[in-house]
Design a protein around this ligand. Structure first.
Ligand SMILES: *[C@@H]1O[C@H](CO)[C@@H](O)[C@H](O)[C@H]1NC(C)=O
Ligand SMILES: *[C@@H]1O[C@H](CO)[C@@H](O)[C@H](O)[C@H]1NC(C)=O
Ligand SMILES: *[C@@H]1O[C@H](CO)[C@@H](O)[C@H](O)[C@H]1NC(C)=O
Ligand SMILES: *[C@@H]1O[C@H](CO)[C@@H](O)[C@H](O)[C@H]1NC(C)=O
Ligand SMILES: *[C@@H]1O[C@H](CO)[C@@H](O)[C@H](O)[C@H]1NC(C)=O
Ligand SMILES: *[C@@H]1O[C@H](CO)[C@@H](O)[C@H](O)[C@H]1NC(C)=O
Ligand SMILES: *[C@@H]1O[C@H](CO)[C@@H](O)[C@H](O)[C@H]1NC(C)=O
Length: 508
């Protein structure tokens, strides 16, 4: 278990009794680690009792990592890690990064503007609603065991980030995605220092929705920082290292192997073209033929004009203008047809009927007994979605900025990329994702994967969706799932990611 490894670590650095959760004296750790490159001094505070709030045989290890923010304050980052149920010593580590899904989009006039962004709690939504080992009960108030939690064959890490989200706090919200990616790399090095046996394992980053930006940006930042620290490592002379133990004397490596993007937003200008196809193709299409004829010219206009958003994101008025014109289809679907834009099969008339689980998660993590069990100060509210973070992104021009350059960098560097999509999502729809994979990326295998045919993959003997692959890039559709694939199709989602990590998607 993680906590056992951790106690070994604490015993090395301090005289603290690891069985009693407490804040590890910061000054001591500072001394201990100040000689290491790339790991800033930090303190670790473990949660007293995760088993009390997570109904699972693997309730995990959670807590805060607190460190100086370099500006006279502290950042205190909350994480929750669940060790693999299979073999935590060799199974990979998956970091999950949630994106922002607006629960109330149908009622907000500018709904589409807020449909996807940073600022959502991974500990809350990714964990307790989608792929953690325990999920919020369908009536709220408690958690139930999730047999398809992603820690079946991997250790899964959820982090509330950036500061201001979930339980994480700090004085300054990062100025956009580069800044926040660097903050996450700092956090990960600290985390790996606290849990050294995770550092040598294969590392994957997964995320959904705005994860299409988070995930490749962080992965690309890790790649760059690893090459810098490799150079630096060779410059450190042996005597400068504190002589703690053979393994704690070097900065931990982040052994990045791949990323997974689920229903992600990578290039809005390309993916937007999928809206028309999503509502107008097939015999059961949402729009009838006269609606499709009416919307076709505007869909064409958007194909030609939406690229303006790639340059300045939502900051520019030309992008705002284009976007409000191009979000028309989803307005009809949400406001006139009252469908859930994240799963267009579902009706959704008010905030509560979209995903009541989101509200239950927020209420649960805001409860004082739950906070006590997790070691969160009583007076600290749980922030499920931080609009301050969203506003910051908008201000610096990072909201909706394309993230394809990061994905291209990873593909060119041989980092494996899985792009998967639940095919019932309107906002990050499957036709748009196909366009992204076939035309929206730029790497050496691009012309080849474009020519590959989609073929079925299977759960047992049942076809579960379509997929294709070439070298590091795999594209997979999950049939019958909306935006939140692990929520809608838990067993399929687990099978998909496990199979991909270990090689290929299952055939008949
Ligand atoms: C930062 O954390 C340290 C140790 O936990 C504490 O001594 C210090 O007062 C904190 N600083 C601020 C500005 O909160
Ligand atoms: C996943 O875990 C199950 C149950 O522990 C185990 O039987 C299986 O071999 C594991 N699969 C892989 C690919 O590690
Ligand atoms: C998102 O929604 C909030 C509240 O509904 C609003 O204050 C904010 O301006 C919106 N942001 C964007 C980018 O539309
Ligand atoms: C744990 O989950 C089970 C069902 O999976 C439920 O019956 C039980 O009440 C839950 N326990 C707690 C303490 O919430
Ligand atoms: C140090 O790391 C090596 C290789 O990763 C491992 O075999 C060894 O058991 C570790 N030693 C300690 C004391 O953790
Ligand atoms: C198509 O749908 C629109 C909007 O629901 C409706 O007003 C119109 O009558 C429909 N047209 C046909 C030909 O069914
Ligand atoms: C969480 O608790 C704070 C007060 O502690 C309250 O202001 C806030 O509305 C609560 N949020 C939710 C989602 O219950």
């Amino acid at each position: 278990m993680l906590s056992i490894h951790l106690s070994a670590f604490i015993a090395l650095g301090t005289s603290a009794n690891a069985a009693v959760p407490q804040v590890t004296p910061r000054s001591h750790l500072q001394t201990t680690f100040s000689g290491l490159s790339d790991v800033e001094p930090f303190s670790l505070q473990l949660s007293p009792d995760t088993a009390k709030v997570c109904n699972s045989t693997t309730p995990g290890t959670s807590g805060f990592i607190t460190s100086d923010d370099g500006q006279g304050g502290n950042n205190s980052i909350f994480f929750w890690a669940f060790e693999s149920k299979h073999d935590p010593k060799t199974d990979p580590v998956i970091l999950w990064m949630s994106g922002y899904e607006s629960p109330d989009s149908p009622n907000v006039p500018s709904a589409n503007l807020n449909s996807s962004g940073p600022g959502a709690s991974s500990v809350g939504f990714g964990n307790l609603m989608e792929l953690g080992p325990c999920r919020i009960a369908s009536e709220g108030g408690y958690t139930v065991d999730n047999e398809f939690g992603w820690n079946a064959n991997a250790t899964v890490l959820f982090v509330d980030q950036p500061v201001g989200v979930g339980y994480s706090r700090g004085q300054r919200i990062p100025a956009g995605i580069r800044d926040s990616s660097m903050a996450m790399v700092r956090f990960l090095r600290q985390f790996m220092t606290a849990f050294p046996e995770l550092a040598d394992l294969d590392f994957y980053i997964a995320g959904e929705s705005y994860g299409g930006s988070w995930v490749p940006a962080l992965a690309s930042t890790i790649l760059k920082s690893e090459s810098v620290s490799n150079e630096r490592e060779s410059l450190i002379v042996q005597e400068d290292r504190p002589n703690l133990s053979p393994n704690s004397s070097r900065a931990p490596k982040i052994n990045l192997k791949g990323i997974m993007i689920g229903n992600g937003l990578v290039r809005r200008s390309v993916q937007n073209m999928g809206f028309f196809e999503t509502v107008c193709s097939g015999p059961d299409s949402l729009f009838n033929s006269s609606q499709c004829l009416e919307w076709a010219p505007r869909a064409m206009w958007c194909e030609d004009n939406l690229a303006v958003c790639e340059v300045d994101g939502m900051k520019s008025s030309t992008c705002k203008e284009a976007e409000s014109k191009c979000s028309g289809i989803s307005k009809v679907v949400t406001e006139d047809m009252h469908r859930n834009p994240y799963d267009f099969r579902r009706e959704c008339h008010d905030q509560d009927s979209c995903y009541s689980e989101m509200r239950y998660v927020e209420e649960y993590l805001n409860r004082s007994d739950v906070k006590t069990a997790l070691g969160v100060p009583e007076n600290q509210a749980f922030v499920g979605i931080s609009l301050d973070v969203l506003k910051q992104w908008e201000k610096v021009g990072d909201l909706w900025r394309a993230s394809d350059e990061y994905v291209n960098h990873l593909l060119q560097s041989g980092i494996r990329v899985l792009i998967y999509v639940g095919d019932q999502d309107l906002y990050c729809n499957a036709p748009g994702m196909r366009l992204l994979v076939d035309r929206g990326l730029s790497w050496h295998g691009q012309p080849i994967i474009r020519l590959r045919e989609l073929v079925p993959w299977y759960l047992g003997t049942k076809s579960a969706g379509l997929w294709k692959s070439y070298e590091p890039l795999t594209y997979a559709e999950v049939a019958g799932a909306g935006h939140l694939v692990p929520f809608d199709k838990p067993e399929e989602a687990l099978t998909l990611i496990n199979s991909w990590i270990h090689g290929r998607l299952p055939a008949l």
